[in-house]
Design a protein around this ligand. Structure first.
Ligand SMILES: *Cc1c(COP(=O)(O)O)cnc(C)c1O
Length: 231
């Protein structure tokens, strides 16, 4: 039997090496793509193993689950950086703003309005990325590429929000490269510095193409014990 804690540490080290290599291959400076360890639905022991290995950047896709795990972890590791990478309901905005450093899934005007309102109350907001539905999939969350300019203008000019980046989840059954290229192009055209794309199966490609954040779960922690809920 291998020790799961050793596996997590070894996987993190290997993936960071592969990210560095992909950055070099893409002609990009070292350190310009960061690894988000997606800890959703994983046993707390594996989160602890990642923390013990020195990793501090995590992604969760549900507010309630993150709330159950991270406030306690933060007491011991105050430098944890936590990203919300799953859908956000407006009735969870208050909790999400209190808990997350970055919300990557701003995907509709009503949510922009709710975040702006909460920001006015608290005097601060997490960093915000807009989720783009790069494959124009009818069932998927995210702003259609054709609607992005208008949505960003609404966020900025109507709601007074600062948007720092874009994120995408390409269609599961398609080659991701054209979708990654589209997301980078949209970010460049709109002057947005952060690009969140690439998961366990394709993070190196995403890094070569310009990702500033990759979101990796199973390649670090192993298969999830139950499927993560999708809203
Ligand atoms: C679960 C999830 C990931 C991680 O997926 P893996 O294939 O396990 O690396 C990345 N991004 C989002 C939005 C997710 O929900």
């Amino acid at each position: 039997m291998t020790d799961p804690a050793n596996d997590v540490a070894a996987n993190l080290a290997e993936i960071k090496t592969r990210i560095d290599r992909a950055l070099a291959e893409g002609g990009r400076p070292a350190g310009t793509a960061r690894l988000i360890a997606v800890s959703k639905v994983q046993p707390v022991a594996k989160l602890e193993a990642a923390l013990a290995a020195g990793h501090r950047l995590f992604g969760e896709n549900r507010v309630q689950e993150a709330k159950a795990k991270f406030p306690a972890a933060r007491e011991r590791y105050p430098d944890i950086e936590l990203h919300l990478i799953g859908p956000l309901q407006t009735n969870k905005v208050k909790e999400a703003v209190a808990l997350f450093d970055v919300i990557q899934t701003l995907d509709r005007p009503k949510l922009a309005a709710a975040l702006a309102e909460e920001g006015r109350k608290r005097g601060r907001l997490p960093r915000l990325f807009v989720e783009v539905n790069v494959g124009d999939e009818p069932q998927k969350a995210g702003i259609a590429p054709a609607d992005l300019s208008a949505f960003l203008a609404e966020c900025r000019d109507v709601q007074g929000l600062t948007i720092d980046g874009l994120m995408c989840i390409p269609p599961a059954d398609e080659e991701p490269a054209p979708h990654f290229a589209l997301l980078c192009d949209l970010a460049t055209r709109h002057g947005l510095a952060e690009v969140s794309m690439g998961m366990s199966g394709d993070f190196e490609k995403a890094v070569r193409m310009g990702a500033s954040f990759v979101r990796v779960g199973t390649a670090i922690f192993g298969e999830r014990i139950k499927p993560a809920a999708h809203a």
